[in-house]
Every structure is written in structure tokens, then in C-alpha cells.
Design a protein around this ligand. Sequence first.
Ligand code: SAM
Length: 287
Amino acid sequence: MLQHPDYNSPLALKSFLDENGMAMQKKFGQNFLVNEDARKKIIDCLDVTENTKVWEVGPGLGAMTDELLRRGVNLTAFEIDHGFARLVRQFFEDYSEKGKFELVEGDVLKTWKKYCDEKGSADRFFGNLPYNVAATIIADTINEGIRFEKAVVTIQKEVAQRMTAKEGSENYSSFSVLCQWAYDIKNVVDLAGGNFWPVPNVASRAVLMTRKENFPCCNNPKLFMKMIRQLFASRRKTIRNNMLGLAGGAEKTDKVLEMAGIKASERAENLSVAELLKLSDCLNEVM
Ligand code: SAM
């Protein structure tokens, strides 16, 4: 069986890749977390036990995967890099034979939905991810009505700040609203570039997302998501100007704003998640 490289040693990882005729690919945001304590701390937060169903996006050479499988979870990993996929399959062959591990090869943004339709969702979502992939998959799963009980993602610090930003602050965006609608979000650990190999030129942060118990529902989630995207796309415009197209004219817009108790001169960036949910419900009623 193929020996795992020393996941804490950049030198060992580099030699391992060289021996296997591979190199790190920048376009896939490949930076391995080479700090064992940080890996354990992040996985502890995921709070798994025997047979917890976990999805991991981007196993790389399997440092996190190995730790998760040792804890007895049932793991599905999604990996875009064919070379990594081949090696990870070999590393965890024993687990695959026992039905504890499966690898889905390809771009997770294109593979996850089909996999989910065939085999169901997971209890936990996990990934140390390039920003665009993390933000898109979080948004896509929420969009499709899937909320993991817990998710831990390690992403660029600025993106993590957007996830937790409150109304009225510079970082508050449609992504903040979407994430906070579905999850309570807490910072787990900040990771300077030196925790990774190769060293990225941005700082990262791991965040824990816990599904909201009393999920604030809205009558038309698709409309809510469309509305927040549009409102924040031109965030300096007044809410009234932004709503005209959505509501279908001035009369309906004014009615919606009155029903929601929101001033026409207000801007989306100052409205809380609860206020935006109410606005969307009023819009749904009037349309
Ligand atoms: N899990 C490893 C770790 O923490 O050290 C590697 C993390 S590395 C930052 C990101 C991983 O995500 C790489 O293995 C990369 O190939 C994979 N990846 C990037 N984009 C992806 C995508 N769209 N679908 C699936 N995997 C992707």
C-alpha cells in the first residue's frame, strides 16, 4: 500500500509530489495545511463521531481525510485534481472496501448535486477551499434547500469576515445575508500564511457554521435569494430604486415597502436579515 507523506513537512510533500511526477496547481488554490495542531483543532470543531456522514471538498493529499477517517466517519471527498484523486484513492483503499470512503472526481460545483440526488446529503460539510469554490458551494447548497448540521470551512480571512458581517458594516453583502439566514457562524482559528505550503500571500480563517435551529423561513426562498442578489449588486442605490424592477413598477414597490415598514430612502446594506426576509415575503405577496 502507498505510504502517506509526512503531512507536516513541506520538504516531504514536495519530494512525494516529485516522485509521483506531480506539481501543485495554483489555479486550483492548492495550499496544504502543514500544521497538525491546526488540522486537529479544525476537525474537533466539526464534532464528528462514528458513522457521521461527512463531505470533504478538496482532500489534496489527504491530510484532513486521514484524520477524519481515523475518527470513524463515513466520508465522501470531492477532488478536482486527477493526480490527487488517484493518490487519495490508493491511500484510503481499505476504507473504500469497508464502505467508509468514496471519492468523487471532478469540479465539486458540477458533481455535488448529482451525487446528492443519488446518495443523499451529509451531516457535516468540510473544506479548506479556494474562495470562489467555498462561497459558491455554500450558496448553491443553501439555494437547493440543503443545510448541513455543521460545516467548517477554511477560507481567505476577508471572505470569512464577509460571512459574519452585520448590517451597516462595510463587509455586509448578499453573501453575509445568505450565510446568516441559514447558519450561526463563529470564528474557529486564524491561520497566517506560514501554516500552509506553499505559503499563500493571504491570511486564512476557519469558521464553524451551525445550522440555525429555528430556521427563519420565508415564503419564497428563490425570490428571497434573487432579491438580495439584486439589492446588493447596486448597494448605493436606494431600496426603492432597486425594488422597481423586482416588484414590477412604482405602485407595487411602494406597497411592498409600506407593508414591510421600510423607508423608500433606505439602503439594503442597512437592513438586517430579518428585515430582508420580511421584505421578500411582502414582495412575494404583491407579485
Ligand atoms: N485538504 C488539503 C489541506 O487542507 O491541506 C488541501 C486543501 S487545498 C487549499 C484545496 C484543495 O481543493 C486542493 O486539493 C484542490 O485541488 C481542491 N479543489 C480546488 N478546486 C476544486 C473544485 N472546484 N472541486 C473540487 N476540488 C477542488
